[in-house]
Design a protein around this ligand. Structure first.
Ligand SMILES: [Zn+2]
Length: 174
């Protein structure tokens, strides 16, 4: 692909203060979820479930990487990284982040996101839905540690839990 039309940059999000002097910077969660779930529906019809999940993961990962660059760069201390992340995620209404396990040496983490933007309150579906979040978390961890991470959601509102729980494991040797 020689030239790209949609390469991400924060500039693409525009000047919200200027563009929405009356409505302001916030919108409803329904609108955000409407976009996610209609994307999922149409993508699945075009390219199948597995590819759709893969794209959601990768898009989340890109978001996590960009999010890190925007909000978390120049932080070397893990606790400081976590504290800043918790505040930003809460301030932006994305979710309430907690760590249940953090083993930096092994690259093994367990974290929870409560009141998650993507899934909190959804009907029970019998499967985890937060693929975008998985990618998002992997992008954050990879940016912070410089290692490659596999992130998997193990509990979700959609599986009957009241928080989303993720495991993040560094690939060995990377
Ligand atoms: Zn979830």
């Amino acid at each position: 692909m020689a030239e790209r039309k949609y390469k991400f940059s924060w500039d693409l999000l525009g000047d919200i203060a200027k563009g929405r002097p009356n409505l302001g910077p916030n919108s409803s969660i329904e609108v955000y979820r409407l976009m996610q779930f209609t994307f999922r529906d149409v993508m699945e019809q075009h390219i199948g479930t597995e590819k759709t999940d893969q794209i959601f993961y990768e898009a989340g990962k890109l978001a996590g990487t960009e999010f890190y660059k925007m909000f978390s760069t120049n932080i070397n201390d893990f606790n400081e990284f976590v504290k800043g992340l918790q505040k930003t995620l809460s301030d932006m209404g994305i979710g309430i982040l907690r760590f249940e396990k953090a083993d930096m040496e092994k690259g093994a983490f367990v974290l929870t996101v409560s009141e998650d933007l993507d899934c909190s309150g959804l009907p029970e579906l019998g499967y985890e839905i937060c693929t975008y979040d998985e990618g998002f978390i992997s992008g954050l961890f990879e940016s912070f540690t410089g290692r490659s991470f596999k992130v998997k959601e193990v509990d979700c509102w959609c599986t009957g839990d009241r928080t989303c729980r993720f495991t993040a494991s560094a690939y060995p040797g990377r």
